[in-house]
Design a protein around this ligand. Structure first.
Ligand SMILES: [Zn+2]
Length: 353
């Protein structure tokens, strides 16, 4: 990483993220006293207590900050929201509106006589970020980080192996409506908290194409935010941003498979690309590193390798699996390796894909 440039970008993000004066609200503990007839817990403003919340920060729910581990989680999400989400979202919009179309066309279709694709993609950035005020949009303050794995999809209570190199990769995060309270929320599985900070990535570790060497909690946060029903359906896109599948019916996660959706030599499915969450998170990530660590032709990086049909790995996964060029899944069909959520309503994200 070119430290000076990166810190410049992060300083910009921090400057944009001017703290408000609203103090942290203590999170309500769950089920401390079943005999107490107090109101059920409610999502709160940032409860970490170390720094003020950032503009339009999502709410926090079911974090018991009296427990050091859970306090660490809220502080980590807070840092990612304040420092990584803004710069990645701004980068996504930059790639969309740039005169150099290389990165945009790697992940999205240009407008044509039938569809104003570019305007629809651009509107998603406008839903998530207020480019006039230079801060995340007010809409983002309605999102909720829920510490409770209410869908029990992370594998953390079932004894699943959480090692990213294992054959059964854990789910990374999901955004869905919790039927228990009717709220639309995002849950991050524990493994996602362990990702490297965007600011700590060094340029010399990066491949010459977008790959998991660039992966961050911030990218996954952006991926999850695009899923909210208040984003896609309420925008000019006029459709929910989901997790799509490539032609081989495997989830289009990762840079290779996201690019594969739009690539005329692979799936050639522009309608799928514009509603696939990872296309938004990868155009942003690619553009961010073009600015921070330019590589490849004109600093844009090269196209990621083609995905291998029928193989649940992604060739752009070079950092998180046992083997370079493989996501560590091998030929396993274990749940989590083939990236199959248990129903169509969960917009989950598998860390390894
Ligand atoms: Zn997703």
């Amino acid at each position: 990483m070119r430290q000076a440039l990166l810190y410049g970008l992060l300083t910009l993000a921090l400057a944009q993220a001017t703290p408000t004066r609203k103090g942290p609200t203590p999170v309500v503990k769950r089920g401390d006293d079943p005999t107490q007839s107090s109101a059920p817990p409610e999502p709160s403003h940032y409860p970490g207590g170390d720094t003020p919340e950032c503009p339009n920060e999502p709410l926090y729910f079911n974090f018991d900050v009296s427990k050091p581990g859970e306090l660490k989680r809220v502080q980590r999400l807070h840092q990612v929201y304040c420092n990584e989400f803004p710069v990645l979202t701004v980068a996504g919009r930059t790639a969309t509106t740039n005169s150099d179309r290389t990165i945009y066309e790697r992940f999205f279709p240009e407008s044509d006589e039938d569809d104003d694709y570019k305007d629809r993609v651009n509107d998603i950035w406008n839903m998530l970020f207020d480019f006039t005020a230079e801060k995340p949009s007010a809409l983002v303050s309605s999102f909720i980080f829920d510490n409770n794995d209410w869908k029990k999809e992370c594998g953390e209570t079932s004894g699943a192996n959480l090692s990213p190199g294992s054959e059964s990769l854990p789910l990374g995060a999901y955004t869905d409506v919790d039927p228990a309270d009717g709220r639309e929320k995002t849950h991050f599985c524990l493994v996602v908290y362990e990702y490297i900070d965007l600011a700590s990535i060094t340029c010399d570790t990066l491949d010459s194409y977008p790959s998991t060497q660039m992966d961050t909690t911030g990218r996954i946060m952006l991926h999850e935010f695009t899923h909210y029903s208040t984003v896609g359906p309420k925008s000019h896109l006029d459709s929910q941003i989901v997790d799509q599948k490539n032609e081989d019916e495997i989830w289009a996660y990762g840079a290779s498979r996201s690019h594969g959706l739009i690539d005329p030599k692979q799936d050639d499915q522009p309608e799928k690309a514009i509603i696939n969450a990872d296309n938004y998170s990868w155009i942003s990530t690619n553009q961010f590193f073009k600015q921070a660590c330019p590589k490849g032709t004109n600093g844009n990086y090269d196209d990621p390798p083609n995905y291998v049909p029928g193989h649940d790995g992604d060739p752009s996964n070079t950092g998180k699996g046992d083997n370079p060029g493989d996501n560590g899944c091998g030929t396993s069909t274990a749940t989590g390796c083939n990236g199959t959520p248990d129903d169509d309503d969960t917009y989950g994200y598998f860390t390894g894909e």
